[in-house]
Design a binder for this molecule. Structure first.
Ligand SMILES: Cc1cc2nc3c(=O)[nH]c(=O)nc-3n(C[C@H](O)[C@H](O)[C@H](O)COP(=O)(O)O)c2cc1C
Length: 246
């Protein structure tokens, strides 16, 4: 990769390991990548000043399905949703991962954005003794809207049954039904067509939760059919509409 002149300074991006984010090793999105890197460099690595450049670059990567690993696609989708929601004025976003979600999203490769990420262990880091804040209760009270994207079959089943054995499901269990909860199912086609799925989704909807339906496409397992999470831009548009309404 050649160097690029930036305000008379020579920028020589160092290529990290293959498959890591955000460099484009295949060079298909090179122009957009360079704009993003230049913006970050000019703005002291402050990603909040380069959201449009990041979005352009991520869209290019997604259109060209360049990521080496499927897990990176999941990372990009989540990142795309976060980046786009983060453009909304006065919004504050906190992201909760389940233990297994970490397999699909390389959080360390996320750009440094002003967003807090939580995982199950954080419950116990915050709570040491009686009187300390209980993270899932604090988060359930704090948020005006909750988006679960993607909602996998396992967590869907747990929520439908009231099971709360991790940070995410505890927040949902403590969620005030007067506030919006939007969920985006994502699972294999065979799982999707199992009758339990529609039963559980109906149950969530009966509580006022809002479904953003899944779509049909080639899934991670290479099966083609219903079960893919809705596209990030659709999710962002619907969330924005509900935020405007609340
Ligand atoms: C490679 C791989 C991909 C998976 N993709 C999905 C998926 O898209 N949807 C789903 O419901 N489960 C999927 N699973 C199964 C979940 O990871 C599993 O049910 C897990 O227990 C979910 O945990 P969580 O709900 O706490 O995140 C996948 C598993 C593997 C190994």
């Amino acid at each position: 990769m050649s160097g690029t002149h930036l305000n008379k300074k020579l920028l020589k991006p160092v290529a990290p390991d293959r498959g890591s984010f955000p460099l484009d090793h295949e060079n298909v999105c090179k122009d957009k990548m360079m704009k993003y890197i230049i913006c970050l460099t000019e703005n002291n690595q402050d990603n909040s000043k380069c959201r449009l450049e990041a979005k352009d670059y991520l869209s290019c990567r997604m259109d060209n399905t360049l990521m080496a690993k499927e897990e990176c696609v999941a990372t990009i989708k989540v990142l795309d949703i976060i980046n786009n929601l983060n453009l909304i004025e006065n919004i504050e976003i906190k992201v909760v991962f389940t233990k297994f979600a970490f397999h699909f999203c390389n959080v360390e490769s996320f750009p440094r954005i002003n967003i807090t990420f939580y995982k199950d262990e954080d419950e116990w880091i915050l709570w040491k003794q009686r009187g300390d804040p209980v993270l899932h209760i604090e988060l359930a009270k704090w948020a005006d809207l909750m988006l679960i994207a993607p909602l996998d079959a396992n967590t869907l089943a747990k929520i439908a049954q009231g099971v709360c054995d991790n940070l995410l499901t505890c927040i949902v269990r403590a969620w005030d039904l007067n506030k919006r909860l939007i969920f985006c199912p994502a699972m294999n086609t065979k799982m999707w067509y199992h009758p339990i799925t529609s039963e559980q989704i109906s149950k969530l909807k009966s509580w006022g939760y809002i479904e953003i339906p899944c779509i049909s496409k080639m899934l991670m397992c290479k099966d083609v059919g219903m079960g893919a999470m809705a596209e990030p831009e659709v999710i962002v548009k619907i969330v924005k509409e509900y935020l405007e309404k609340s």
